[in-house]
Ligand binder design. Structure first.
Ligand code: HXC
Length: 261
């Protein structure tokens, strides 16, 4: 029998643009290892393909991605995440891609989904796009660069608000704050992203790579240290009873009862 999870990402090529579509519809594209492994493999393949000049990542009309897979993580221990090297295994790939990567975001981009968008070079948001880092509700923290990239993107005040309160931004707010590059009508999201990616893909690839590397140089600063710090902080959450309670409460559709308030 064929299930949704047999094809966690779908790829296609349109002109010189390589498209990657996250495809776990029943879980709102929650990012488990299978999705992240397939995403990483697709990114590497397009990056190495001379026929591709730019890469675009998208989800569904309802969700770009609703975050890391809470169901998969709920019972992981500290040792589990350290041993599987949870973040490094999958999430670093996108930083290594040298070609421009665009995110075409409709619906929810939450937690790891928001962090995935933040890791892309250009974010095109549909009017329906919603951005949040709600990990605090699970007694967790953003662990795929969110605490480092979000303040750089939108400033400390807005980033603290989003991370500490789980505030969700709509597309217009995200545009105003600088989290996204452009906002377009939902019906035009793919077409407009394709046009933008195709325009970019027509430029000189070495020049594009130089621009990307240079802008990232300005943006990153001590990001590496920040990410390493953040990773340890995330891994440590798996040693806490509150994080397991938060994730199980979500899965059981009940309010969490945290021990450490
Ligand atoms: C696992 C998830 C999921 C997730 C949704 N689902 N998000 N499963 N992990 N992150 C599942 C639900 O359990 C549900 O399964 C189905 O997808 C549909 O979701 P609903 O909640 O019924 O949909 P809706 O009422 O429309 O609400 C949408 C939503 C909500 C607002 C996006 O699903 C939500 O709050 N999701 C969790 C978002 C979140 O906390 N993200 C951060 C995760 S932690 P069933 O089986 O009931 O149909 C994280 C840490 C990153 O990202 C660390 C580094 C990677």
């Amino acid at each position: 029998m064929h299930s949704d999870n047999d094809t966690p990402v779908q790829t296609r090529v349109q002109g010189r643009v390589g498209w990657i579509t996250l495809h776990r519809p029943r879980q709102l594209n929650a990012l488990n290892d299978a999705v992240m492994d397939a995403l990483g493999a697709a990114l590497k393949a397009f990056d190495a393909d001379d026929a591709i000049g730019a890469i675009a990542i998208t989800g569904s009309a309802k969700a770009f991605a609703a975050g890391a897979d809470i169901d998969a993580m709920a019972d992981w221990s500290y040792m589990d995440v350290v041993q599987r090297d949870f973040i490094t295994r999958n999430w670093e790939t996108i930083r290594q891609v040298r070609k421009p990567v665009l995110a075409a975001v409709a619906g929810y981009a939450m937690g790891g989904g928001c962090e995935l968008a933040l890791a892309c070079d250009i974010v095109v948001a549909a009017e329906s796009a919603r951005f949040a880092l709600p990990e605090i509700k699970l007694a967790m923290l953003p662990g795929a660069g969110g605490t480092q990239r979000l303040p750089r993107a939108i400033g400390k005040a807005k980033a603290m608000d989003m991370c500490l309160s789980a505030r969700m931004l709509d597309a217009q707010e995200a545009d105003r704050y600088g989290l996204v590059s452009r906002v377009v009508p939902d019906a035009e999201l793919l077409e407009r992203t394709q046009a933008l990616a195709a325009q970019i893909a027509d430029y000189s690839l070495p020049a594009l790579m130089a621009v990307k590397a240079s802008v990232n140089r300005a943006w990153e600063g001590s990001l590496t240290e920040g990410i390493a710090f953040e990773r340890q902080a995330l891994y440590a959450r798996f040693a806490s009873v509150d994080a397991h309670e938060g994730m199980h409460a979500f899965l059981e559709k009940r309010p969490p009862g945290f021990t450490h308030r």
